[in-house]
Design a binder for this molecule. Structure first.
Ligand code: H79
Length: 462
């Protein structure tokens, strides 16, 4: 073949290869095809190992005891809501109390509403006057909180709302008779211009949080409104990763969240993990997820609110971990800056339970059995941790392939070992008939191989 001919042939091949890539890129769209949108797997694994974190919803609205942002123009007139910051003076705020409460609860990270849909910033931001520095308190609270987290070995993360019902350059109005969730519509050039302006503001603020507060995660919210598009989501994800390649970003950065349950996982969209809200996610070991849930009913503090019982909290944690998710458990501090005694008590109860059973919590993954109302399980190396959420009585039968040998079985909190018999593909555990821990007792099964090798779907419990 002549030299020119070979060159042409090679050129054709290259063009062909690129055209294949194009098709692939169009087909997969966002997260999978775009190298800018791929999760930092190392950051994700560290995050999953932590398993349990504290969510904090707080702001001037706590003065009224109503829901953060959603009460603006509903329970609280807009004019009044937007001026609450002028009376916000949380003199008893002490970062060590909050971080100490998270630590006592066994939580390993913290995520705070640096800015919720009402547009108020909890730090002293260079890019707005509508922030903590403009309150009678006179300074931001995130510096102290981040420093206290650092000291205590707790990761510091920030919630950041995409929608902003306060700023005039953000086009969607709340409340509004037309307001609707998950609406998408093409943007006219005027709206696009407004959004470009608003996104510059967002990026500036987010850069502040990353550079000056060393946040390990941006927990977005409010992405459902029509003015936020898939393109904006992908662009924002790539922007943040360029600022900090280790940062984690939830799936609410883009438009791929599947409602409050967020079960479907679509790789076309950006985001490192799914975010079921106020419900426990389904068992899923393919795609990381984190359930967020309130300690009472409201995200922001409400006086005399009925809280979940200690048992409910611990069972929620168990069923979340058993499904292979993390739990981001929310507290709402009071307007004076303190976390109320009832919430502190609940956090302590959870922490006391975890301190006995921590081996079954940190660094574990969900399964191999799928969680039910009665049992959840996690595993690490060659150990399976069975969380008994209800007393099974004296006999417990579990399906497990005959080839898998049980080397030991015992209560994690100590006590006599448990005898296990085989009946083909079933394990029969002989239990004392009373659970050593009435809330949740953990049984450890040591097996002859890494528990992660056991295929979960074959082993549903009744
Ligand atoms: O920040 C928290 C919520 O404010 C926010 N996401 C979590 C993390 C949120 N986004 N969407 N929703 C909550 C769903 C909205 C539910 C609503 Fe309602 C039902 C809005 C008005 C009625 C919840 C209940 C908020 C107020 C009452």
């Amino acid at each position: 073949m002549a030299k020119g001919c070979i060159m042409r042939y090679v050129l054709c091949l290259i063009i062909f290869a690129f055209s294949l890539f194009e098709v692939q890129a169009q087909y997969s769209g966002g997260g999978e095809a775009n190298p800018d949108l791929q999760t930092n797997e190392e950051s994700l694994e560290k995050f999953r190992d932590m398993r349990f974190g504290m969510f904090i919803h707080w702001g001037p609205v706590s003065l009224k005891g109503e829901e953060i942002s959603w009460s603006r123009g509903k329970q609280i007139p807009i004019e009044e809501y937007d001026n609450l910051y002028k009376e916000f003076n949380p003199e008893l705020f002490n970062a060590a109390q909050w971080v100490g409460a998270a630590k006592a609860a066994g939580m390993k990270y913290l995520v705070i509403t640096s800015r919720h849909h009402d547009g108020f910033s909890l730090w002293d931001s260079k890019f707005t006057e509508y922030d903590m520095a403009s309150t009678p308190y006179g300074k931001g609270i995130l510096k102290e909180l981040a420093a206290e987290c650092e000291k205590a070995g707790i990761k510091f993360g920030t919630y950041y709302s995409i929608c902003d019902w306060y700023r005039p350059d953000y086009p969607v109005v709340y409340p509004d008779p037309d307001y609707s969730f998950r609406k998408e519509r093409p943007l006219d050039p005027e709206t696009q211009k407004q959004m470009d302006h608003y996104i510059t503001f967002m990026k500036n603020q987010l850069e502040e949080l990353i550079e000056e507060y060393n946040t390990f995660m941006i927990w977005f919210d409010g992405e459902w409104e029509w003015a936020w598009t898939h393109e904006m989501g992908m662009d924002m994800y790539a922007y943040l990763r360029r600022l900090d390649n280790e940062i984690l970003i939830n799936n609410r950065v883009d438009k791929g969240r599947a409602g409050m349950e967020d079960k479907a996982r679509d790789p076309r969209y950006a985001g490192d993990f799914a975010t079921p809200e106020q419900n426990i996610g389904d068992f899923d070991r393919e795609y990381a997820w984190e359930t967020c849930m309130t300690i009472g009913n409201q995200w922001a503090w409400k006086p005399n609110e009925k809280l979940k019982s200690g048992k409910e909290c611990i069972h929620t944690l168990a069923r979340t971990l058993g499904g292979d998710g993390n739990l981001l458990f929310n507290v709402g501090p009071m307007p004076d800056g303190r976390i109320e005694p009832g919430q502190l008590e609940r956090l302590k109860e959870i922490g006391e339970w975890i301190s006995v059973n921590q081996e079954a919590v940190y660094g574990t993954r969900g399964g191999p059995w799928l969680p039910t109302g009665k049992i959840a399980c996690t595993h690490k190396k060659n150990k399976i941790y069975l969380y008994l959420l209800e007393d099974p009585g004296k006999n417990l039968t579990l399906p497990l392939e005959e080839a898998i040998q049980i080397q030991k079985a015992y209560f994690l909190q100590g006590g006599e070992s448990i005898s296990v018999n085989r009946e083909g593909d079933n394990l029969k555990l002989k239990l004392p008939g009373t659970m050593p821990d009435k809330v949740a007792t953990v049984v450890v099964l040591e097996i002859d191989r890494p528990a992660s090798e056991i295929e979960p779907t074959k082993h549903k419990l009744n």
